[in-house]
Design a binder for this molecule. Sequence first.
Ligand code: F6P
Length: 367
Amino acid sequence: MKVQNMKKKLLIITGGGDCPGLNAVIRAICKSAKKHGGWEAYGSIEAFNGIISEPVNIVKLTKSKIKGIHVKGGTILKTTNKGNPLAYPKVQDNGDLVYTDISKELIKKINKLGFDAVINIGGDGSQTISQALFEKGLNIIGVPKTIDNDLSSTDITFGFSTAVQIATDAFDKLVTTAASHNRVMILEVMGRDAGWIALHTAIAGGAELCLIPEVPFNLKSIAKTIRKRYRNGQGFVNIVIAEGAKINDLTIGTNEAGDYHIKLGGIGNALRYELEQLGVEQDIRVTTLGHIQRGGTPIAFDRILATAFGVKAFELVLEENFGTMVNYHNNIVSYTSLKEAVKKYNFVDAKHYLIKTAKAVGISFGI
Ligand code: F6P
């Protein structure tokens, strides 16, 4: 008699930009599933592309595959921000790039492969995809991830604190060299539309100026703050600027055909140029941190949060509570509907206590 495998099948996906803590979520889901006994976990390589491709690229997440991975940065499942099934890029015979909605075929394939549930670990873009797939009948649960901390339905996402730590370490190093040379140091950090990393780093490091996308700044006012500090004999200035901040209403970055979003970077140098044009005489140097903030090992807090998120996600699978996203609110790991989760973007609010805190300790927003 043939013995049938009666275990249910769970598919894990990591989508969008990577972020420290993704592997800790994967490990926690797999460990919970193993402990439960009734489930087998699989991972789709490179977000949904692993399912879409022919042949499929799916791995069984065995004990040896997930051993010790909570300490590692990145994602063992790989990721992409070029595989949105709602607008999937396909190069036509004439070379044109056309975006098509392949979500129905994708769901059919997931069902045909025998998956009973999907856990999608990703940011706002990925969770918008989760919601659309849920509406079309897929048993899906979201886990929020992003270093930008820009999802409003969770107080914090894993990866954010690691990014802030990396940026703060860099800031601290820049302070000693700025002081030695009496220089103006500009540190450009990530933050596409939200300035959370910049704001936290500025407070943690003790910056003179913090420039974020949510607060339009005035170049003359920045120059004035710099001059005042030198006049007072304090000798050096440290500025933190989010890559998504705008100078004269302009975003600085490059846009190539097929890109999901503009590749930000360069605002620090643009700021230096503008300040020099305004006659700031001090030596201005720029450091762009870039993807260093997304790489490497997650700090303990993020490993713990990611592990708790993974455990909660599997719990939601067992409860068949699909169409939901795990969240962290008021010190509790809970969940919200995906619909609610993607409704609002988490901008830095002018009334946020950290804006008040920053101002109180003398940080200028360049207004
Ligand atoms: O959304 C997270 C983030 O790190 C942003 O801060 C940044 O602008 C973007 O991703 C960079 O994306 P990519 O790795 O695709 O260049």
